[in-house]
Each structure stands twice: as structure tokens, then as C-alpha cells.
Ligand binder design. Structure first.
Ligand code: GLY
Length: 374
């Protein structure tokens, strides 16, 4: 396993993580207690709509990672980021009962789960478990999936990042029904949204009365039969995590198929277009958030795959993507508030297009923290 190819890589990643901390410090000084989603002209606070409230965990999630990084590196002040992380995490607790979104994994795995990993306590574990049980209530017996926030007939690829919260609750409580829900959701997603070439559809539409699968569709991608790059990144990361919980080799094989599609279809610098099948003119728009998620997912997968050559490929590719992000996509212009430039939220609604997005910043920091871990 290569760690760094060059010492200069290490310096680049360390400097970029410091830059990320600086941007987050500036954000919380300027807008205390504000949970941003995407920038408008490089500024976090604006009157743009959210579409859905799924991002509140990412800001405190970064703070937990900064804290963890400082704990691992001697001589650093470990109090500041811990205090901030707790301050921004605790207001999220009531969301453990939120039945309106399918995103409780994004919220609780970024925050309370990390807090619990660093400082295990039954009270923290209980909050993560409760959130997992709430998410499991979205399960549609007819169709065998956790439904998306848009309707009972809709399954999103993004939910693969959230279903690990149900696996967590199943493991913590020994509840086999919860485990079955998590397994069945992942198997349905695998069957209806992952194609034979490893590409993914964003959304599946069912007849929710009979459970019959009707068609592939999309909300944020170019078309129902296209491959939205962030959806693919959620899939490669999410199936890898489901493998970690279940040890079902089919999930690992799916994570690998999605990763291989990503690598084969992305330019050499590792930054994909927002949709791999958008027509040539529209494909110029990149999505750095998809790159950051895929990079972090690949670093994790590199330690899970059986074949050491493949493990090496995934580690080296994750590292290369992060290098490109650090060299070319940091928001260093004066007054720019985000960490990574060039993210995309929702092209069709014109929300956060070629801007910073909280999840892009969060998974970028996760990748850097992973690379620099001792
Ligand atoms: N809702 C998840 C995403 O926009 O990727």
C-alpha cells in the first residue's frame, strides 16, 4: 500500500486541511449557528431554496474530523473543534424523529456517530439507534425499499449512503427485522438502479400498491437512463459501507463495479462531469463534490477489496483526485467562503451550480483526514 508518492503531496494535503479549517472558522464567526447547504456567488448565506433539508450534519461533521485530526497530531489544541462540534451537533438531536426525509444517515453518521466513535457513551449510541429506527419506517414492503422524500413510489440512489444507519441500529440492538430492512433495501437498489456496466440511475419508480418496478428516472441527473456522477459516487461509497456492515460479497462487487465505471469514464485528473451522459456542450460542467465523495469512498474501498492490485488502484486514484482538488479547486479568491469550488447541487432547478456545496467540502475533508491519519 502506498501512503504518499511524494513528501510534497503530504504538505499539499496538510496545507489544504488547514485551509479548510480556516474557511470553517470564518464561516462560524460570520454566521454563528447557521447550517449552510450551497453558496451563491461564493457566499453561504442567501435566500436560495433548500429543496430538501438534508445537509445539517456536514458542518459539524467537518468539525469532528478536525478534532480527530488534532487528537492524532501531538501539540495541537484539541479543545476548540470539540467544543464547536458539540455545539453544532446537539441541536440536531430532534431530527432523530424526522420522518420527512430519507437523509438521516447523512445527518447522524456525520455527527453523533463520529462523536460516539471518539467518546463512546450509551446516550450517544441511543440517539444514533433511534435515528436508524426512524429511517427504517420509510420501508415499503411492496417493492422492498426505503422510499425517498419525493413520494412513496420513489427510490433514490442517495439512500445507499443513509442505509448504513439502519445497519448500525440493527447491530446495536440485535434486531433482525432492522437488518432485513437494510439488506433488502440495498438488494433492491442493486437490482433496479445499478446497471450491468456499473453505471447507476438516480431514481427508481415503482407501483407502490403492487411493488412492481416500473422504470429508471432522475431528479438531478441529465435523464432517467443517464449516469448522474454524484449518484454513482454515493453508490460506490454506500455499497462499500453496506459490505462493511453485512460482509455480503455481492455488495462489495457492486461497489467495485461502480468504482470501475467512475475510473473508466472520468478524465485523468479525476474530476467528472456532473452527468456522464450529458451532451458534449452540457458535459463541460464538472462536479467536484462527486469527485470528493468518490475519492473518499475509494480510499475506504482500497482497504476492503480482496485483490491487492485493485486496492492499490483505488488508493492511488483517490489520492490523485484529492491532489487535483487541492491544486485546482480550492476557493482561495478573496471573499470566497467555501472550501471547494465547482460543485453542483441541482442543475434543473439552478441551485448551487458551479458553487461550493456542504457535502463536497465535507467529503473532501474526510478524504484528507483519511490520508493524513496516523
Ligand atoms: N440529495 C443528495 C444529493 O443531492 O446528492
Amino acid at each position: 500500500m502506498i501512503q504518499f508518492q511524494l513528501d510534497s503531496d503530504k504538505r499539499l494535503f496538510e496545507n489544504s486541511l488547514q485551509f479548510a479549517q480556516k474557511q470553517v472558522r470564518k464561516l462560524i464567526e460570520k454566521h454563528p449557528d447557521f447550517y449552510p447547504m450551497y453558496t451563491k456567488a461564493g457566499k453561504w448565506k442567501h435566500d436560495g431554496p433548500a429543496w430538501t433539508r438534508w445537509c445539517d450534519g456536514f458542518l459539524p461533521g467537518m468539525m469532528w474530523m478536525f478534532h480527530r485530526h488534532e487528537l492524532a497530531h501531538e501539540g495541537k489544541d484539541t479543545a476548540f473543534w470539540r467544543e464547536q462540534a458539540i455545539h453544532y451537533t446537539t441541536p440536531l438531536e430532534p431530527r432523530k424523529h424526522d420522518k420527512e426525509v430519507h437523509d438521516l444517515g447523512f445527518i447522524f453518521l456525520s455527527t453523533y456517530y463520529r462523536w460516539q466513535r471518539l467518546e463512546p457513551k450509551p446516550a450517544l449510541d441511543k440517539i444514533v439507534v433511534e435515528a436508524g429506527k426512524t429511517l427504517a419506517l420509510r420501508f415499503q414492503e411492496n417493492g422492498q425499499y426505503l422510499r425517498s422524500f419525493v413520494g412513496d413510489d420513489s427510490l433514490f440512489i442517495d439512500i445507499m449512503m443513509n442505509v448504513p444507519l439502519v445497519f448500525y441500529a440493527a447491530r446495536a440492538t440485535g434486531d433482525k427485522k432492522l437488518r432485513d430492512i437494510a439488506m433488502r433495501h440495498a438488494m433492491t437498489t442493486q437490482r433496479v438502479l445499478v446497471r450491468g456496466d456499473g453505471s447507476t440511475a438516480h431514481e427508481g419508480i415503482f407501483d407502490f400498491q403492487t411493488g412492481e418496478f416500473l422504470r429508471q428516472s432522475t431528479q438531478q441527473g441529465y435523464r432517467g437512463d443517464s449516469c448522474w456522477s454524484r449518484g454513482l459516487a454515493w453508490a460506490l461509497y454506500g455499497f462499500g459501507t453496506c459490505y462493511e456492515y453485512s460482509r455480503d460479497p455481492h455488495f462489495l462487487a457492486t461497489a467495485e463495479a461502480c468504482t470501475d465505471y467512475f475510473i473508466r469514464h472520468t478524465p485523468a485528473d479525476g474530476i467528472p462531469p456532473w452527468d456522464f451522459n450529458a451532451p458534449v456542450g452540457k458535459r463541460k460542467l464538472l462536479d467536484t463534490s462527486a469527485a470528493a465523495i468518490a475519492a473518499s469512498g475509494m480510499l475506504r474501498l482500497s482497504r476492503l477489496v480482496q485483490d491487492p492490485m485493485k486496492g492499490h488502484l483505488y488508493w492511488a486514484t483517490g489520492l490523485r483526485i484529492l491532489r487535483t482538488l487541492c491544486e485546482r479547486h480550492l476557493g482561495k479568491d478573496r471573499g470566497y467562503e467555501g472550501i471547494l469550488t465547482g460543485g453542483v447541487y441541482h442543475v434543473h432547478k439552478n441551485l448551487g451550480v458551479d458553487e461550493s456545496v456542504m457535502w463536497g467540502d465535507h467529503y473532501f475533508v474526510e478524504g484528507l483526514e483519511h490520508l493524513l491519519r496516523k
